[in-house]
Design a binder for this molecule. Structure first.
Ligand code: NAD
Ligand code: TYD
Length: 353
């Protein structure tokens, strides 16, 4: 049994971003032991980590972060030096259907973890860190201009963003009140492989492939700022190792797209890849009832992260999007597994109008 220099709990490691973080850390840091703690909800899938599951420095533990006893037990078993906390309910539309699930996991679950760190580390904080992964959605919505900086006041509008904002406040409260060593980041919308197809980009790729309607909310005028998921994982690596305790860092690639323009770009890329006539997939676009409380525009100013810690995104959007489409086309089994069963029920309920 090799000696490990650190043992890190990555919560939500079986999800979209978490699986990329686990893969990066397991491969880049063989001297760290990475424990993936995940409840395996509809969004968690161990298939995402097939390529690292046999590695000596990786282990999976099924755990619900809202269950204090199980979390305690895990801390006793592994004596974690650090937590990288990604486990969450993450989809805005689901938060509108069932807000309490978001309060439970995102707020209560985060506080259970913070409390366990506090109790377990007992003021012996040298070498310890709680890293909270959050979202730009806590800042609310921008008008036509301007960017979110780390100083932008919180103004969440959806139950999802309100629950993440609440968890962010608890993280900083544990730092200010108990001196818990914490760091946090707020990232813009991610895209890439292993993204659950309830979110815009994978949903559209899947529907284009299957010639199903492409449901664009409202007029498609809402703007999101897209970052390749592996660039986010690299940012988390940088902040984990060099971020200042008690601070937060915005993560984003200055890459804003109106939803409708993005959907049309995806249609063009996929028409080419699938050998369809130019313009064929755009015919599938269907404008549907808008999301209630739909934030107009997100745009991250990531200057602090770039200037202080030297991180920059590595990929151009068109290149990242093509890689993403290629991954979905090559991984039909993955998409078939995650879209069976419960997903069908969710889809029918969400898109019934
Ligand atoms: P995801 O929904 O793909 O994955 C969430 C993971 O958490 C799943 O594996 C799920 O099984 C697990 N989980 C859920 N409830 C749990 C519980 N009670 N106990 C243990 N595990 C539980 O989410 P994602 O898109 O990978 O997001 C990960 C984190 O990054 C979230 O905190 C999210 O708020 C944040 N974030 C996401 C984005 C984005 O664009 N997806 C952008 C910025 C920040
Ligand atoms: P989503 O991927 O759910 O991320 P978020 O709401 O967290 O930004 O949605 C991205 C954008 O796409 C958002 O403005 C809502 C819109 N959208 C649609 O137009 N149609 C859809 O079917 C979905 C899922 C999202």
């Amino acid at each position: 049994m090799p000696d490990f220099s650190k043992t890190i709990l990555v919560t939500g490691g079986a999800g979209f971003i978490g699986s990329h973080v686990v893969r990066l850390f397991v491969n880049k840091y063989p001297h760290y032991k990475i424990v993936n703690g995940d409840a395996l909800t509809y969004a968690g899938n161990l298939e995402n980590l097939k390529d690292v599951q046999e590695k000596a420095n990786y282990v999976f533990e099924k755990v619900d972060i809202t269950d204090e006893q199980s979390v305690n037990h895990l801390f006793e078993q592994y004596r974690f030096d650090a937590v990288i906390h990604l486990a969450a309910e993450s989809h805005v539309d689901r938060s509108i259907m069932d807000p309490l699930a978001f309060v439970r996991t995102n707020v209560l679950g985060t506080v259970v973890l913070l409390n366990t760190c506090r109790n377990y580390w007992k003021n012996q904080y040298a070498g310890k860190l709680f890293y909270h992964v959050s979202t730009d959605e806590v800042y609310g919505s921008l008008g036509e201009s301007g960017f979110f900086t780390e100083e932008t006041p919180y103004d969440p509008h959806s139950p999802y963003s309100a629950s993440k904002a609440s968890s962010d406040h608890f993280v900083m409260a544990y730092h200010d009140t108990y001196g818990l060593p914490v760091v946090m980041s707020n990232c813009s919308n991610n895209y890439g492989s292993h993204h659950f197809p309830e979110k815009l980009i994978p949903l559209m790729i899947n529907n284009i492939k299957n010639k199903k309607p492409l449901p664009v909310y409202g007029k498609g005028e809402n703007v999101r700022d897209w970052l390749y998921v592996e660039d986010h994982a690299r940012a988390i690596d940088t902040i984990f190792h060099t971020g200042k305790q008690g601070e937060s860092y915005n993560v984003g690639g200055f890459n804003e797209w109106k939803n409708i323009d993005l959907v049309k770009l995806l249609c063009r890329i996929m028409d080419q890849k699938l050998g369809r006539a130019a313009g064929e997939s755009e015919q599938l676009i269907s404008y549907v009832t808008d999301r209630p409380g739909h934030d107009l525009r997100y745009a991250i100013d990531a200057t602090k992260l770039h200037k202080e810690l030297g991180w920059s995104p590595s990929l151009q959007f068109e290149e990242g999007l093509e890689k993403t489409v290629d991954w979905y086309l090559a991984n039909e089994d993955w998409i078939n597994h995650v879209t069976s069963g419960d997903y069908q029920k969710y889809y029918e309920e969400q898109y019934k109008h």
